[in-house]
Design a protein around this ligand. Sequence first.
Ligand code: FES
Length: 161
Amino acid sequence: MIAEKYAEQIAKIRAKYPDKRSTVMPLLYIAQEEYGYVSDEGVAEVAALCELDPTQVRSIAGFYTMYSEKPKGKYWLQVCTDLPCALRGADEFHKQLKEYLGVQEGGTTADGLFTVEHVMCLAACDKAPMLQCNFHFVENLDMDKMKSFIDQWRAEAKANK
Ligand code: FES
């Protein structure tokens, strides 16, 4: 239960907002952190904490690309393919990345490490091709640089097993 496990963090969040309903988005981040995605259990817990209906919480989680409604790999790679990035080669980069990792759009590698999906503008249009990996921006990419990051993340995951 996130209410107990993250009690201190939740208290800090609540102190910043005028009412419990307003804490829904930061609490969804906590639920996503705990379960790896916004699970039904996470939605129910957030709804109870915010005194909202679970359907309302689910609709918020479904609207924003920073919340995932299905399990993801350890490294969640969200490539911006919106028009300004596409003009700088993001579409081709996104395609090559999926081919390199052997996944379809939204798919996760067999080892559970990488999920690749495209997203709309992340406000780094002049640094394309770019992606966010677990909400950290990685910019000015090409496949050579990307392969280095993938090797680095694989090594990191192996070291942390
Ligand atoms: S269009 Fe890709 S970051 Fe803005």
